[in-house]
Design a protein around this ligand. Structure first.
Ligand code: ZN
Ligand code: ZN
Length: 436
């Protein structure tokens, strides 16, 4: 994205959705009250992070990571609220409204604090923190300002075996920012993380883009009854509340040398990785008390949806991305009551398609369906898939065998059961740092 466009985009955001975004950010903040203390003690982080070589960076990262965990947890419950249709949902919605009203009073301060804690606004904000209005403006800028990859994509220090794969982040989404670079957090002259920085906006159609976005496309959510008929019971179909896609910076820092974890870590609620178009991957978990399969019925025509702060994400096979990457998809239809519903379905032949990475630095490929071949066109048995949805062999992007995940999808392949998720409960490798 060039600078002119960034400026224009920033201006557009300022005029179009300033107030709304401020509210959503504030709403998140009440859900992360436990970080308030953290934030105060780390309020100088933005300055430190600005000079990207500061020695304290690793501490900042830990803080940011903590914050994200709880933020994400809160977000998911928002999202689940909106996807439900029972009495408790209405109560929850009311509670949400209350908390956002509450936020009105304190929201702006909270937003400013969050900026500090995540270092997202960098020097821009720390210069004039006292003016609330300016904080708001700065918050909008965070949407397009690069935080770590400040000079755009730089693949120079990316390990050689990762270049071909990570380069795809820089070429897939031609409309919205996705940068790849490295970060040297301990200032020893060696890169410590491979960084992917995105504004988390898909470049494909979605019901969840605002009407004035050219990617907005209506969708009849009843389609999901037939698309997910294997798990359809009596779930309500419909939009995920009023959530719409909002641009927001997501930074994924993967270990420079990804490795299998001796002790596995659970994937958190919220972003666990980034698809190759810069959109978040979420796991298969719902907040306690909610049923994740309810969420399927709020997915748009591309099998994604936004949560409470407008963060668009895929829990499952990203079919439109797969289509846009040149993968094989088919249009399925179902006629009911004189009406024909149609949707895009994965053909089960896209196991060799790189669709993203998780934060542990291991790539995610398309669903293992009818067959998979490696970089030498040798057949790979799906029996080798382990409990983390992955296995090792060479691929089109990695000439040496590498551990990689495969997304699962419904009704593809002879699995005999309904499976959907990008990953199982745990990461295979040591996770790096995700922040937003
Ligand atoms: Zn979701
Ligand atoms: Zn494979």
């Amino acid at each position: 994205m060039n600078k002119l466009f960034m400026i224009a985009f920033t201006t557009l955001l300022l005029s179009a959705c300033g107030a709304e975004e401020g509210l959503t950010q504030a709403e998140e903040d009440t859900q992360v009250s436990e970080e308030q203390a953290n934030e105060e003690s780390t309020s100088d982080e933005s300055t430190e992070e600005e000079s990207t070589t500061a020695e304290d960076d690793s501490e900042s990262e830990d803080d940011a990571s903590n914050e994200d965990d709880s933020t994400e947890q809160g977000d998911v419950s928002d999202e689940d609220d909106s996807s439900g249709n029972d009495d408790t949902t209405e109560e929850d919605d009311a509670a949400d409204n209350d908390s956002s009203n509450e936020d009105d009073a304190t929201g702006e301060d909270d937003a400013a604090e969050e900026d500090d804690a995540t270092g997202e606004d960098e020097g821009d904000v720390s210069g004039d923190d006292d003016a609330t209005a300016e904080d708001d403006a700065a918050e909008e800028e965070q949407v397009v300002d690069a935080q770590i990859c400040t000079t755009g994509s730089q693949l120079g220090d990316i390990p050689a075996n990762y270049v071909a794969a990570l380069e795809k982040y820089t070429t897939t989404n031609s409309e919205y920012t996705v940068y790849v670079c490295t970060q040297d957090t301990n200032n020893d002259g060696e890169a410590d993380y491979m960084v992917v920085e995105s504004t988390n906006q898909p470049e494909h159609e979605s019901y969840y883009f605002e009407d004035d976005n050219h990617h907005h496309e209506d969708f009849d959510f009843d389609t999901n009854k037939y698309k997910y008929d294997a798990v359809y019971d009596s779930q309500r179909t419909g939009a995920a509340g009023n959530n719409m896609i909002e641009a927001q910076t997501v930074i994924m820092k993967m270990p420079i040398t990804p490795s299998a974890a001796a002790t596995k870590t659970n994937t958190p609620y919220g972003t666990i990785g980034l698809a190759i178009n810069g959109v978040s991957f979420f796991n298969e978990n719902a907040a306690p008390g909610d049923d994740i399969t309810e969420e399927l019925f709020t997915f748009d025509q591309c099998s994604g949806h936004p949560q409470g702060s407008g963060l668009y994400h895929y829990h499952v096979d990203p079919v439109c991305l797969i289509r846009d990457l040149g993968g094989e998809v088919t249009t399925a239809t179902h006629t009911e009551g004189g009406k024909t519903y149609s949707w895009i379905e994965d053909t089960g032949t896209n196991a060799g398609l790189l669709v993203g990475f998780l934060v542990d630095g291991f790539p995610v490929y398309g669903p293992v369906g009818n067959s998979e071949t490696d970089c030498n066109a040798e057949a790979v048995s799906s029996d080798t898939i382990d409990g983390y949805n992955g296995h090792s062999h060479c691929t089109a992007e990695f000439s040496e065998a590498i551990y990689h995940y495969h997304v699962k999808t419904a009704e593809v392949g002879a699995t005999g059961e309904s499976v959907f998720w990008v990953t199982n409960t745990q990461y295979y490798g040591e996770p790096g740092v995700l922040s937003r």
